[in-house]
Write a new protein. Structure first.
Length: 788
């Protein structure tokens, strides 16, 4: 169901969270304004079917035609039985995100533009588009008062092709983008964009100077093509060059030859390319040739996940490709000149009908060969830390850890750190913080191997300010502060608590910046777990999304269970927000006693039912109930009186691996203490060390239900309510993110809203919920595999 849901949930969340005012350019007709096509004969090769409805057509014999079309995320396609077996529009869209010609290989080697400042002048973009979520972007509008500067098709496209998260050539570059206001037949705003970039550049330190400006246009003052104020643009380009900024526009390479290949061909092989259909009359002799059949971001409707694919791009698409490749070269040699760049691009190119196909790898080689001191781009790669204690792992454990770290193929560097010489988490924190300062890339996550006795965790005093008193409930362990390097280490020592953080105004950050995962296993247990995990990864390949199974045992004596997760899944996540559909989850709940669940369930909160679900396949179990370090309870009230509570053990250390012995599974535990102290004595450890549990979300302390309400409005859910974590976790899972990443993003959204509630500082729910942030952990491995 995931692909069908993605569009609807994006629209709903777009309206609920991030609605951006939008207005189309007047007097402009888009493909989206045209709808139903009822006869295949209406479609010609290389037609534009963006936004059109083809769902009634039988296209199963039309693969040759379909591979030529321009389409977008709003194009409606027929059912699978009416489509060619070799044409999948989703796959074509994904393939089109790859720039080709081994750009992805170079990116994995570290050539991502990191540390290089570049600029672009084009039409306005849609700020907040998903494709720009990674981007270090400085964006300005250049326009006179009254000139329209609405998001366009063109601006988002060229920016995504240059530096987009999934599409761009240099996604880690520092980008200054000037969005020119609408001024038909006039180049004054383009000129202003260049002049503004020159002004900005004068304020930047030497190592941050803007090196290159791209523009998918040309100065219109020759060959019968004249626009008003072209002289201003000509002067602005010259001024930029005189300031040491190279300028690349459509004239720089005298109109590059535009290439295309079918999406089912090898886009990294230059032999796959031919001249794009609309440009076959162009002569490539002596010309640079550039691919333009691509997927790109669009922004002229207010949808942050709007993409288009074209076989028929124009010169505009060639410029960001060239600028991106040159930016890679600037990463190697910051002093690379425009003359050198142009020469190396042509000299390194693949021979093609008298011209040269751009060869990014060959270009980089020439830059390195002609640079006395080329920069080592491996220092620019994103990275992960993997922490272990050499004295607390076996030889086979360490071998398995090493093999695991090598399985990440996302271009990151895996850094293995032995922490046996460090006695406390603050010491490890300082070591990692210092090491990270020597790296230019972004830290993507920290994976810990071992319990808190092997790799130390932070000591937290459970002390929170309530409205009229203080709750002081002992101590526990937390890995949370490993998730950023913004805290002062001294603040994390000496009886740290949430109460103390606010009362003493400690310098700590509660914003997680990357995933932290702990595999809480001891010597000799890690190797066997990683072997089981490899089997699990093989089993979930091609597994469909949507095997959530909730077992709900509310803990309050009430007819209206605010802590019934089953109600939250069915009425909110499914019926209201459309994040899951009814086929994606199953509900079980406590039917015993005076206060059974009111939500319709398919069975009771019993060992037999969860055992049967486990036998039926690999599942993600969401359990909300009472919990202790070694046990999960079913809560039954024998009368109306809240003191009539009776507890029956549902799962405990002695039986969990017998009950859940059928298949591998993942756990989401809204319970207290099941991951207590991150050690080898708790329920989570038993399930992962000796059972078939592959990962768990669980608390190392008490999870507070203060502020918990499953039926409040979205706005009120943001106010110190643990359900908001799960709302975001499930949202990101549906979007295809892994469990560990979704856990981190859910916690980030949860804590950001808590910290906004400054008017509730004296509300007990505030500090209790911050304590939840510190207590709730992800146990398992950071995924190198795709999660269903």
């Amino acid at each position: 169901m995931r692909l069908k849901q993605v569009f609807s949930i994006m629209v709903i969340f777009f309206m609920l969270f991030t609605l951006v005012p939008f207005k189309k350019h007047e007097n402009t007709v888009f493909a989206q304004d045209v709808n139903k096509i009822t006869n295949v004969s209406e479609i010609k090769p290389y037609d534009d079917v963006r936004g059109k409805d083809l769902s009634s057509l039988d296209l199963k014999d039309q693969s040759e035609l379909l591979f030529t079309l321009d389409f977008d995320t709003y194009t409606k396609w027929p059912d699978k039985d009416k489509m060619p077996s070799n044409f999948n529009p989703n796959l074509v869209m994904e393939t089109g995100k790859n720039p080709g010609l081994n750009i992805r290989k170079l990116q994995k080697e570290g050539y991502t533009g990191r540390g290089v400042s570049i600029a672009y002048v084009d039409q306005p973009i849609l700020e907040g588009h998903n494709e720009f979520s990674n981007l270090n972007l400085k964006y300005e509008i250049v326009a006179d008062k009254g000139e329209k500067a609405y998001p366009s098709m063109h601006g988002p496209a060229v920016l995504s092709l240059l530096a987009g998260k999934d599409i761009g050539i240099v996604p880690n570059a520092n980008v200054y983008f000037m969005g020119e206001g609408a001024c038909p037949n006039d180049q004054k705003n383009e000129a202003r964009g260049f002049q503004r970039i020159i002004e900005i550049n004068k304020t930047l330190p030497e190592d941050k100077k803007i090196k290159i400006i791209g523009m998918s246009h040309r100065v219109a003052d020759k060959n019968g093509y004249y626009l008003k104020n072209s002289d201003l643009l000509r002067k602005a380009e010259q001024d930029a060059e005189e300031q040491g900024i190279m300028v690349i526009d459509c004239d720089t390479f005298d109109d590059p030859i535009l290439l295309a290949t079918r999406a089912d061909k090898n886009v990294d092989d230059y032999k796959s390319y031919t001249i794009a259909k609309k440009y076959t009359s162009n002569n490539p002799n002596g010309k640079l040739c550039v691919p333009i059949a691509r997927t790109y971001a669009a922004g002229y409707i207010a949808d942050k996940n709007f993409y288009q694919f074209t076989q028929n791009g124009g010169q505009s698409w060639s410029v960001p490709y060239i600028v991106g490749v040159i930016t890679m070269g600037l990463q190697v040699n910051p002093n690379l000149t425009k003359q050198q760049a142009m020469k190396y691009l042509y000299d390194s190119g693949y021979d093609f009908q008298g011209g040269k196909i751009i060869n990014p790898e060959g270009f980089i080689e020439l830059v390195k060969q002609n640079c006395a001191n080329p920069h080592d781009v491996t220092l620019d790669k994103d990275y992960r830390y993997f922490l272990y204690n050499k004295n607390r792992v076996s030889e086979n454990d360490l071998k398995s850890i090493n093999e695991y770290t090598k399985k990440f193929d996302d271009g990151t560097t895996s850094i293995l750190k032995d922490v046996s010489d460090y006695k406390s988490a603050p010491e490890i924190y300082d070591m990692l913080k210092t090491d990270s300062k020597n790296r230019n890339g972004k830290l993507k996550g920290i994976q810990i191997f071992g319990t808190s006795n092997d790799v130390p965790a932070f000591d937290i005093h459970y002390k929170v300010q309530m409205k009229d008193s203080i709750d002081d409930s002992g101590n526990y362990k937390s890995d949370f502060f490993y998730s950023n390097f913004k805290s002062d280490t001294n603040s994390l020592k000496n009886d740290f608590s949430i109460y103390k953080a606010f009362n003493d105004k400690l310098n700590v950050s509660f914003i997680p910046e990357w995933t932290v995962s702990r595999l809480p296993l001891t010597k000799g247990e890690i190797n066997s777990y990683i072997n089981r995990n490899s089997e699990y990864v093989d089993l979930i390949k091609n597994k469909p999304f949507g095997d959530f199974v909730n077992f709900s045992s509310p803990i309050f004596a009430s007819n209206n269970h605010s802590d019934d997760f089953g109600y939250f899944l069915k009425e909110r996540i499914d019926n209201e927000f459309k994040i899951l559909s009814s086929n994606d989850y199953k509900l079980y709940g406590n039917k015993q006693g005076y206060y059974p669940v009111n939500t319709e369930v398919i069975g009771d909160f019993t060992k037999d039912n969860i055992a049967n679900e486990n036998k039926s396949g690999i599942k993600e179990f969401i359990i909300n109930a009472h919990g202790q370090w070694n046990n999960i309870d079913q809560c039954i009230f024998t009368s109306k009186d809240s003191k009539s509570e009776k507890r029956n053990s549902f799962l405990n250390k002695s039986i969990i691996n017998n009950v859940l012995s059928g298949n591998y599974y993942d756990l989401d535990l809204w319970t207290c203490l099941n991951g207590y102290n991150l050690d080898d004595k708790n329920l989570v450890h038993e399930a992962m060390a000796n059972g078939k549990c592959m990962s768990a979300m669980a608390a190392s302390s008490i999870i507070s239900n203060n502020g918990v309400h499953n039926d409040v409005s979205l706005e009120n859910m943001k106010k110190n309510n643990f359900y908001y974590f799960y709302l975001n976790y499930l949202y990101d899972r549906v979007l295809g993110k892994s469990r560990s990443e979704s856990f981190n993003l859910g916690k980030l959204a949860y804590v950001q809203e808590i910290l906004k509630n400054t008017d509730m500082l004296l509300d007990g729910n505030y500090q209790f919920n911050l304590n939840n942030v510190l207590s709730y952990h992800y146990f398992g491995l950071i995924e190198y595999w795709d999660c269903p």
